[in-house]
Design a protein around this ligand. Structure first.
Ligand SMILES: [Zn+2]
Length: 346
């Protein structure tokens, strides 16, 4: 600050002792111990109504202006530095103060479980690997030829209709069952064949308690010399017990499927009432768990195998159905629902 003020200049500028003001501000700044105090000092020394700003507004000569501006810059820098320092101190204080209280209750981490359908899938895979079967995971987009023709579906079979099946174009569809795997397997491998195909299948069903347009199937095929219906029944009994428990009983009813002859439907004794009869089993004591049968000779001929030489059986079951029976889940819908209240129980 000019020590020899020009008398024509306003007295306020002349009166400002720039060096003294800077010393005073820096001393105050050094004494500030909180950010709140710092803000207060900043207003006092650099604020709009501060002595320095007022002097700057009224300055008339270049020399005084430069002096005052130098003081302003020096102070602004000092304030910024002190602010950084105080912030760091406060953060350290807070970190020390907010120590970890081991007596507080912990945050509960919910541990997920495998989806019931996945659990069934793994049980089925383990059971059949144990019986010497090979596991297949085939394509879900299939041709009419493999999904219907080679499986001996009659040309008028209702499943061939776009009302039942999701077609991508005239010759391509989303497979309606895992059965095309039978054809792929037999075309790729010479018998003897023991394979299980597991995967997603699609049908044009409305969603209700027992239907969903997407579901999973497992499908087994055994082709060898001299295989009989007794082998099929023994295999299904074994599968039913692995899936549902050793106390389960199995019975077989005759049925019709295009690609097996004769065809049977296995029932498993109801797990809820133990066979006595309840609402879930419609008071019969039994629940249906799939379809099966001896491979139709026409299927063998379609893949170039001699039906006089080879016999075999095939069976299929929905994994969701398996999950429902094993875990006694009354409806299929909770298995696909984003509402996890049911699924969290398994
Ligand atoms: Zn029952």
């Amino acid at each position: 600050m000019s020590s020899k003020p020009d008398r024509t200049e306003p007295i306020t500028v002349a009166a400002v002792d720039a060096a003294g003001l800077q010393d005073e501000a820096l001393a105050a700044l050094a004494g500030a111990s909180t950010l709140a105090e710092l803000t207060e000092l900043r207003t006092r020394y650099l604020g709009r109504r501060s002595e320095l700003k007022q002097a700057l507004r009224e300055v008339r000569d270049r020399e005084t202006g430069m002096t005052l501006n130098a003081v302003r810059e020096r102070l602004e820098q000092a304030f910024a530095e002190r602010e950084t320092q105080l912030e760091r101190e406060q953060l350290e204080e807070r970190l020390t103060a907010d120590g970890f209280d081991v007596t507080l209750p912990g945050e509960e981490l919910r541990i997920g479980t495998l989806h019931p359908t996945t659990q069934i899938r793994r049980i089925v895979e383990d059971a059949f690997l144990g019986l010497g079967y090979e596991i297949r995971d085939d394509r879900e987009v299939e041709t009419v030829e493999y999904n219907f023709d080679k499986l001996a579906f009659a040309p008028t079979h209702p499943t061939r209709s776009p009302r039942d099946t999701l077609f991508l174009d005239e010759n391509t569809l989303l497979r309606t069952e895992t059965s095309p795997s039978q054809i792929h397997q037999l075309e790729e491998h010479e018998p003897p064949v023991y394979m299980v195909s597991i995967g997603r299948v699609y049908r044009r069903d409305d969603i209700d308690a027992t239907h969903y347009p997407i579901f999973h199937q497992f499908e087994g095929l055994a082709v060898d010399r001299g295989i009989t219906l007794a082998d099929l029944k023994g295999t299904l009994l074994r599968v039913a017990r692995v899936l549902f428990g050793d106390d389960r009983r199995v019975r077989f009813r005759t049925h019709f499927f295009p690609f097996t002859e004769p065809s049977i439907e296995p029932d498993v004794s109801c797990g809820i009432c133990g066979g006595a009869g309840c609402r879930t089993c419609k008071f019969t004591g039994w629940t249906e768990f799939g379809g099966a049968g001896m491979v139709d000779p026409a299927v063998f001929e379609n893949v170039g195998l001699d039906p006089e030489k080879w016999t075999g059986f095939a069976f299929g079951c929905g994994l969701e159905r398996g999950a429902q029976l094993r875990f006694n889940i009354a409806e299929v819908r909770p298995l696909w629902s984003p509402d996890l209240r049911v699924l969290r129980q398994f």
